[in-house]
Write a protein of this length. Structure first.
Length: 375
C-alpha cells in the first residue's frame, strides 16, 4: 500500500526542502516539431532552423542520449535523498504516445520538466496552461501524486485548458523586437476555432516564489490572461509583473537563493525586478566554456533547444545548500566562495532536452511560510 503523503506546503525557493517530485524521461525519443514548439524554443532553435527542419514532424533523439539523461536524473534523485528529501516520481509512459485533439496532432512529451506544467502556492497545487501542444496531457502522469496530496488535504486547481488551435499563440514578444518568426508560424498545421483568438497560455516556470510575493513573467497577451487569473484566484498573494524579462520561463534568468541574495544572468535583468529587490545582493552567473557542453556534431543534426544559460537553473535544498550541475565548475567555485554548500550533480544534455535541476523538480513541501520578504 502506498504511504500517504503529507499535505502540500511550499511558498518559496530556498527554505528547507522536504518533498519534491522529480521528472522522468523514458520515451523521450523525439522532439515533435510544430508551430507551438518552434515558437516556444525560437530563441534557441532559430540559428539551426531551416525550411526542411520546420517541415519535419519529428526530430529523433538517440537512445544513448536518453539513457545518459536518465543516468543523470538518477544522480539528482540520489542527491536529494542524501539530503533527507522525500522524492516522488511521475508514472512512466509505457511507450511512445501520439496524441491528438480535434485541431492538431503531436507526439507526447514525457514528464521530465515537471516545473513547467505545475506550480505550488502554499497548500495549493496549480496546473497551468501549456504552451506546447505535445505537453498538454503530460500532467496525467503526475495525477497519482496529486491525488495522494489531495487526499492529505491539499487544494488542487487548474487554469482553463487551452485548445492551442491555430491563432491561439501570441508572437508579439518577438514582433516587438523586430524578430521575424515566420519560419515557425509557417509550419502551423493546426486548425482554427472560429472566434477563439488568443488564449490563456502559461507555464509554472514563468513564476518565481518569494513567500507572499511572486514574480511573474508576462511577455504577451497569453501571459496577461494568466496573470489576471492568478490574481483573481490567489488574492492573498502579491503578483509582480515582470515585463517580458524572457519569452517564457525565468528560472534560467533569476533565481533567489535566500532572502536578500539572488543569482542573476547579467546586470541588465535587474531593472525588470521589483524595486525592493534592487537592494539585494547579486551573484552574477559566470561565463562558462563551450567545452562544458556536449558536442553533437558526430550524431548528425541535433537542435540545442535550451540556452547556454541553462546551468543557472539550480535547486536550493535550503538557504545554504544548492544543487548545481557538476559541468558548471565556474558557478560551483563562485557559490563556494559565498560559503554555500554545493552539491555537484552531473547533467550532460541540458541543452538538448531543455531543462535544469529547477525544471526537473516540483518542490511540494518546504519549511517556509507566507512571509513578507520584499517589505
Amino acid at each position: 500500500m502506498t504511504e500517504p503523503a503529507p499535505a502540500v506546503s511550499s511558498f518559496d525557493e530556498w527554505t528547507p526542502l522536504h518533498e519534491a517530485v522529480v521528472g522522468r524521461a523514458e520515451h523521450y525519443t523525439a522532439h515533435h516539431v510544430d508551430a507551438s514548439w518552434l515558437l516556444f524554443f525560437f530563441d534557441n532553435v532559430a540559428p539551426a532552423l531551416t525550411g526542411e527542419t520546420a517541415a519535419q514532424n519529428l526530430l529523433p533523439v538517440r537512445d544513448q542520449l536518453v539513457d545518459e539523461l536518465n543516468e543523470d536524473i538518477a544522480g539528482l534523485v540520489d542527491a536529494l535523498a542524501s539530503c533527507g528529501v522525500r522524492v516522488h516520481r511521475p508514472a512512466a509512459p509505457g511507450k511512445d504516445i501520439d496524441i491528438r485533439s480535434p485541431h492538431w496532432e503531436a507526439r507526447a512529451t514525457p514528464p521530465l520538466n515537471v516545473r513547467d506544467q505545475t506550480i505550488v502556492f502554499g497548500d495549493t497545487i496549480v496546473e497551468t496552461a501549456p504552451h506546447v501542444r505535445a505537453r498538454i496531457f503530460e500532467n496525467d502522469l503526475l495525477k497519482p501524486i496529486f491525488y495522494r496530496y489531495y487526499g492529505a488535504g491539499a487544494k488542487w486547481v487548474s487554469m482553463p485548458r487551452p485548445a492551442l488551435a491555430r491563432g491561439s499563440l501570441d508572437d508579439s514578444y518577438f514582433r516587438r523586437q523586430g524578430i521575424d518568426v515566420s519560419r515557425a508560424t509557417d509550419a502551423e498545421m493546426a486548425l482554427s476555432i472560429d472566434g477563439l483568438g488568443l488564449e490563456m497560455i502559461f507555464d509554472g516556470a514563468q513564476c518565481m516564489r518569494l513567500g507572499r510575493d511572486v514574480l511573474v513573467n508576462v511577455a504577451n497577451h497569453n501571459h496577461e490572461l494568466a496573470l489576471r487569473w492568478l490574481r483573481e484566484t490567489f488574492p492573498q498573494l502579491r503578483f509582480h509583473r515582470l515585463n517580458g524579462i524572457a519569452d517564457n520561463h525565468i528560472d534560467s534568468v533569476v533565481v533567489p537563493l535566500r532572502p536578500g541574495l539572488m543569482l542573476l544572468r547579467s546586470p541588465e535583468y535587474l531593472t525588470y525586478l521589483p524595486k525592493a529587490m534592487h537592494s539585494w545582493e547579486v551573484v552574477y552567473a559566470p561565463e562558462t566554456d563551450d567545452g562544458n557542453f556536449p558536442d553533437y556534431s558526430d550524431l548528425g543534426f541535433v537542435i540545442p533547444i535550451g540556452s547556454r544559460y541553462m546551468d543557472i537553473n539550480v535547486l536550493s535544498v535550503d538557504e545554504n545548500t544548492v544543487i548545481v550541475n557538476s559541468l558548471y565548475p565556474e558557478l560551483i567555485t563562485l557559490l563556494e566562495r559565498r560559503r554555500f554548500t554545493v552539491i555537484p550533480v552531473r547533467h550532460r544534455h541540458r541543452r538538448l532536452f531543455g531543462g535544469g535541476f529547477h525544471c526537473f523538480t516540483l518542490d511540494t513541501v518546504r519549511s517556509g511560510g507566507c512571509e513578507d520578504y520584499l517589505d
